[in-house]
Design a protein around this ligand. Structure first.
Ligand code: PEP
Ligand code: MG
Length: 569
């Protein structure tokens, strides 16, 4: 059987399926005849939870450090709180109700109480309490708990959905790829798959239901397909494809230390998108000329608390030092949308992608924002830093965010801290900012076009929703006109424009963007050599002629046909 989805990360793999799910816990009120037996069941679940947490704590102590292990110690302590467990037992006894219902009621009261508190410390406790309670509920209901760090053999992970933090926990020594029912090419788990350089297929509808745990799968990240029940001949054909793919990767290595030059000797910069200091190694190994986007939110998402100024300084410094003189565009915190924090409750919104996210949230929470800006400015002495604000819609927002940066700079100077040179830019991912690029160009040092969001907002199509993924149209002339305006506006003011959305790494997009005059292309490190190889074979002049024709088209199909014709030459 062939299950079709969207190719999210190139490559092939052949391995056993590992079904991964966060089970939903639903709790309903039931009357219980044997109350004492129900209490024993509850006490056993609490004991089982404590044992699991102790094991996790010990593993964390060995694999990570004492500080992270302490989190689980705190979780165990929650379970020894008589008000919580005793409260549940009292409820089972006095109301004759089932253990999971009684426990959920009591723990929800605590969560609500913590959440209502002003203090961040207590709000974080609410998240801990939720985590622990979910574990207890799983144990009462006999639901097996899955943990991606436990995977210790070669598998392909099959899930309905993977959150960015699930993806961050995947160990690429064992996880040879993944397939998810939901998602599109620009959902964050897809982006992380490309960073990890493991093949992935997303938006594969009901793959989770169709695939049996443990069965042999062939994952084709190029075509976006998953094959089950393949015969020997098919397996061997894919083994050959896999070898050829790896050989092509080898060939491209010759371009690693070369500058990116077109056939008519024009230079453009190929940069890497990274999510952590470790990814900077992948950037360097794949011949990146810069880091065009450091998504700092992963530093926040992979954590149990807001990273402190010192923790952030260490991460930014590490990236800047690894890149030496090469530029590093660090984007300030961009949470919200599909990016959540386990220790910070984002407001429940009807449309999180249109809500209080990214720079909007930072402007509403100056303490969070200032801590990051202090760390960034302190890190500026260690390399070639470019600070970038995400999701800017209006000049006013940019000016407000810049004012906070300047305030922090004055504070640091008063403290006697040394601050190096840095550039300040914005992402262009909201159509209003793209349209008004001329005005922005007078005030910023650079633009970086975030097509993942710019396309989603231009076509009013959720980037996570595979039902409307047909509207994710990077080659649509409407988008090309927006990009053209942004690049021209920056050049008129002597500024530069990059692109850090996934489009920048697409082979099909390369001649169009080159023709439009894009200065910097920032992509998953694994795409850099392929694009450099391509650019060496085309002239900027012929790309300009191509894009002029493309700008006259009315549909994406027409543009694609032009590009295909161009590439076939
Ligand atoms: C974008 O929107 O294109 C972008 C690069 O940001 P993110 O994918 O993190 O939203
Ligand atoms: Mg974005």
């Amino acid at each position: 059987m062939i299950i079709k989805g969207i190719g999210a990360s190139d490559g092939y793999s052949i391995a056993k399926a590992y079904k991964f799910a966060h089970a939903e816990v639903t709790v309903s009120r039931q009357m219980i005849a044997d109350v004492e037996a129900e209490i024993v069941k509850f006490e056993n679940a609490v004991e089982a939870s404590k044992l699991q947490l102790t094991e996790i704590m010990e593993k964390t102590r060995i694999n990570l450090d004492e500080e992270h292990a302490a989190i689980f110690e705190a979780h165990i302590l929650i379970l020894t709180d008589p008000e919580l467990t005793g409260g549940a037992i009292d409820k089972i006894r006095s109301e004759g109700v089932n253990a999971d219902f009684a426990f959920a009621e009591v723990s929800n009261t605590f969560v609500a109480m913590f959440e209502a508190m002003e203090d961040d410390y207590f709000r974080e406790r609410a998240a801990d309490m939720k985590d622990v309670s979910k574990r207890v509920l799983y144990n009462i209901q006999g639901i097996a708990i899955q943990d991606p760090t436990q995977i210790k053999e070669e598998v392909i992970v099959v899930a309905n959905d993977l959150t960015p933090s699930d993806t961050a926990l995947l160990d690429k020594r064992f996880v040879k790829g993944f397939v998810t029912d939901v998602g599109g090419r620009t959902s964050h788990s897809a982006i992380m798959a490309r960073t990890l350089e493991i093949p992935a297929v997303v938006g594969a509808k009901n793959a989770f239901d169709q695939i049996e745990d443990g069965e042999l799968l062939i994952l084709d990240g190029v075509k976006g397909e998953v094959l089950t029940g393949a015969d020997e001949a098919t397996v061997s054909a894919y083994q050959t494809k896999q070898k050829e793919y790896l050989a092509q990767k080898e060939m491209l290595k010759a371009y690693k230390d070369k500058a990116t030059m077109t056939a008519d000797n024009q230079h453009v910069e190929l940069a890497a998108n990274i999510g952590s200091p470790e990814d900077a190694d992948g950037a360097v190994n794949n011949g990146a000329e810069a880091v065009g986007l450091y998504r700092t939110e992963f530093l926040y998402m992979g954590n149990t608390h807001f990273p402190t100024e010192e923790e952030q300084l260490a991460a930014y410094r590490a990236v800047l030092e690894k890149m030496g003189e090469k530029g590093v565009v660090v984007r300030t915190l961009d949470i919200g949308g599909d990016k959540e924090l386990s220790y910070y409750e984002l407001p429940k919104e009807m449309n999180p992608f249109l809500g209080n996210r990214a720079v909007r949230l930072c402007l509403n929470e100056p303490d969070i924002f200032k801590t990051q800006l202090r760390a960034l400015l302190r890190a500026s002495v260690y390399g070639n830093l470019k600070i970038m604000f995400p999701m800017i819609a209006t000049l006013d927002e940019f000016r407000k965010a810049k004012a906070v940066l300047m305030e922090v700079k004055t504070e640091l100077e008063a403290e006697g801290q040394e601050i190096g040179k840095f550039e300040l830019g914005i992402m262009i991912e909201i159509p209003a900012a793209a349209v008004l690029a001329k005005a922005f160009a007078k005030e910023v040092d650079f633009f970086s076009i975030g097509t993942n969001d710019l396309i989603q907002y231009s076509f009013a199509a959720d980037r996570m929703n595979e039902k409307v993924s047909y509207l994710y149209q990077p080659y649509h002339p409407a988008l090309l006109h927006l990009i053209k305006g942004v690049i021209e506006a920056s050049h008129a003011e002597g500024k530069w424009t990059g692109m850090c959305g996934e489009m920048a790494g697409e082979l099909m997009a390369a001649p169009l963007l080159l023709g439009l005059g894009l200065d910097e292309f920032s992509m998953s490190a694994s795409s850099i050599l392929k694009i450099r190889h391509f650019m060496a074979g085309v002239t900027k002049e012929e790309c300009q002629a191509l894009v002029e024709k493309a700008l006259l088209c009315g549909t994406e199909q027409e543009v694609i046909a032009l590009v295909e014709e161009f590439l076939a030459k």
